[in-house]
Design a protein around this ligand. Structure first.
Ligand code: PEP
Ligand code: MG
Length: 542
């Protein structure tokens, strides 16, 4: 039995077998011949083709089940490549010339991809990349190097990885993943946030855990205390099973109070809202008693896919959430892409310091078509509920002015076409850069509300990368330097009769809530599963 300590980022106990997620790079395929019999090589390739077919079909099926038709079409095309007669012929010719199975596949697919690329057509150019994608899958299967996809997890397991990107986690099969353990990451990394939103126990920041356990090693993950036990003995398993049962009992008690509206003894109403990343989370938020949505991270619709969602797709997603929440507020945050949320198809230039680069509103103000499409979708959906718009990563007032003028442009375009939308939609900003907090009195004049994003505000105040566990000791929301910025922001908004909420992880931290209430916070927005705990805590103590 071995015990590891990390950072507990999503509460709950998971007991199950490890699944090592270690996407390996493919070696370079050289132009080599071998003495293996041609029949043997054909068999190897056929086997790899069948395995590839099963993998692609299973991704295709999952996307159809998730209603992701457009992405599913891509994989449908991938399946067709597996039976392409001209590619098969090229492979056979190369095998007959004595080339290795991997080189035959590499060369045949590459030749076809190059032929397609010669044609001056953007759509066909993309197909060339699809061909290369399929080629890589086949070669991985010939070499027995697993394809990196968490959507292929076959049975219940605990994922153990060096790190998980937001795209990796977007593909998680939540029915099969019991827990997450990673070497890198901190409590505010997006992996942590997503794990919590999905209610999956998770521990991050355990150095070399991927070398310490094997596939199928029995694991216990204690997401509250940041503990992972490998090969536990029977008494330990018993202790954790009891703990799991106790947690489940506590949940029953929370059921009773989670739908309450909170008012402190001094008569101040405090709304407890939810942070969500997609329409499916909205259901979880409602079930957990959210008084509304305090942060809808719209960028998740843009992750883990090969092209941006259309205006129509975005409209449908926003409409779904708004309809679910009826007259309850839904704060839709415009795109926060960049930083650790990179999107290959947007061709964002590589930056040395992406967290300090063209991220969020900065990207939207540069790529106005992307921004306008999103604003149009939000405005069109606005008639289905009670939305508010929020801009992320505002540093200076000019950014609000620019974003608002684009918003006005979109409004007048819609008006001229007779498309209905809510005219008086509120517009607020995230306060997550120290300059915004320090200048909150000025910015308050330009907005309807503030929402403090402590995940980034801490990162930028203490110069501590939110994804780097080595500097996680600096991640202290109760540090006086941070509390000053929070207090300053709340007071500035109140001076102008406006509200300040908080949607960073600090908002759901029971150790921080007393301070926040004392400073006059109006709303707390958190991962849905934390809402019942926060409501009980505030009801019992204030
Ligand atoms: C924050 O920075 O606190 C925040 C809520 O935004 P995100 O975590 O999406 O950057
Ligand atoms: Mg942020």
């Amino acid at each position: 039995m071995r015990r590891f300590e990390g950072i507990g980022v999503s509460r709950g106990i998971a007991i199950g077998k490890a699944f090592l997620y270690l996407p390996q790079k493919l070696p370079k395929i050289s132009q080599s011949k071998d003495n293996i019999k041609i029949e043997q090589k054909k068999k190897t390739i056929d086997k790899a083709l069948e395995k590839t077919r099963r993998e692609i079909s299973s991704i295709h099926k999952k996307l159809i089940a998730d209603n992701k038709r457009k992405e599913a079409d891509i994989f449908e095309a991938h399946l067709l490549f597996l039976d392409d007669p001209s590619i098969k012929e090229k492979i056979n010719t190369l095998l007959q010339q004595g080339y290795s199975a991997t080189y035959a596949v590499e060369s045949a697919f590459e030749e076809s991809a190059k032929e397609i690329e010669k044609i001056e057509n953007e759509y066909l150019k993309e197909r060339a990349n699809d061909l290369r994608d399929v080629k890589e899958r086949i070669i991985r299967n010939i070499l027995n190097i697993p394809n990196p996809s968490l959507s292929l997890v076959e049975s219940e397991c605990i994922i153990v990885a060096k790190d998980l990107t937001p795209s990796d986690t977007a593909n998680l099969d939540t029915k099969k993943v019991l827990g997450l353990v990673t070497e890198r990451g901190s409590s505010t990394s997006h992996t942590a946030i997503l794990a919590e939103a999905l209610g999956i126990p998770a521990v991050v920041g355990i150095p070399r855990i991927t070398e310490s356990v094997n596939n199928n090693t029995m694991l216990i993950v204690d997401g509250e205390n940041g503990i992972v036990v490998a090969d536990p003995d029977k008494p330990t398993i018993k202790i954790f099973i009891e703990k799991k049962e106790k947690e489940e009992k506590e949940k029953v008690e929370l059921e009773k109070i989670k739908f309450m509206k909170l008012k402190t003894k001094s008569g101040k109403e405090i709304e407890i809202l939810a942070n969500i990343g997609n329409p499916e989370d909205a259901e979880t938020a409602l079930k957990n008693g959210a008084d509304g949505i305090g942060l809808y991270r719209t960028e998740f619709l843009f992750l883990g896919r090969e092209s941006p969602p259309s205006e129509e797709e975005q409209f449908e997603a926003y409409k779904k959430v708004l309809e679910k929440f009826k007259d309850k507020p839904v704060i839709i945050r415009t795109l926060d892409i960049g930083g650790d949320k990179q999107i290959p198809y947007l061709n964002i230039e590589k930056e040395l310091n992406p967290f300090l680069g063209v991220r969020a509103i900065r990207l939207c103000l540069k790529n106005t078509e992307l921004f306008k499409t999103q604003l149009r979708a939000i405005l069109r959906a606005s008639i289905y509920g009670n939305p508010k718009i929020m801009y992320p990563m505002i540093a200076i007032k000019e950014e609000i002015e620019k974003a608002n003028s684009i918003l006005e442009e979109v409004k007048s375009e819609l008006k001229s076409k007779g498309v209905p939308f809510k005219e008086n939609i509120q517009v607020g900003i995230m306060v997550e850069i120290p300059s915004a907090a320090l200048n909150a009195e000025e910015l308050a004049k330009y907005v309807d509300f503030f929402s403090i994003g402590t995940n980034d505000l801490i990162q930028y105040t203490f110069a501590a990368d939110r994804t780097n566990e080595k500097v996680s000791y600096l991640y202290n929301p109760l540090h006086p330097a941070l509390l000053k910025l929070v207090k300053f922001t709340i007071e500035a908004s109140h001076k102008y009769g406006k509200k300040t909420g908080m949607c960073g992880e600090m908002a759901g931290d029971l150790k921080a809530i007393p301070q926040l209430i004392k400073m006059g916070i109006d709303e707390l927005s958190m991962t849905p599963t934390k809402i019942p705990y926060a409501k009980k805590f505030i009801k019992d103590n204030f």
